[in-house]
Design a protein around this ligand. Structure first.
Ligand code: FES
Length: 107
């Protein structure tokens, strides 16, 4: 569908979930994971303060918006972060992200 994308999320237990994401609501990756009741804590509710929405981007070919300074700083404090790390609450879903694949971090 035109106003919908499909993303794949692997949870902390290794289970793979296929999520249909409507685009017109301005949802973030964190929002859609919570809507599907996946085990992502996201304790601060998307304020870029807790890093409990940490995930790893598996699909390198899909361009994502650059990290802002706050996201960069928060991720740099995590022992488990690497170059593919992002905060799911800082990624607003767009049509270009169709086929995105991510793994929720175990922090
Ligand atoms: S939900 Fe807290 S940093 Fe993303």
């Amino acid at each position: 569908m035109e106003n919908e994308i499909t993303i794949t999320v692997i949870d902390q237990n290794g289970n793979t979930h296929t999520l249909l994401c409507p685009l017109e609501m301005g949802l973030t990756l964190k929002d859609i994971c919570k809507a599907y009741e996946l085990p992502m804590e996201a304790m601060c509710g998307g304020m870029a303060m807790c890093a409990t929405c940490h995930c790893f981007i598996l699909s390198e070919a899909i361009p994502l918006p650059e990290k802002n300074d706050i996201e960069e700083a928060l991720l740099s404090e995590l022992f488990t972060s690497n170059t593919t790390s992002r905060l799911a609450c800082q990624i607003h879903l767009t049509a270009q992200m169709d086929g995105l694949s991510v793994k929720i971090a175990v922090d």
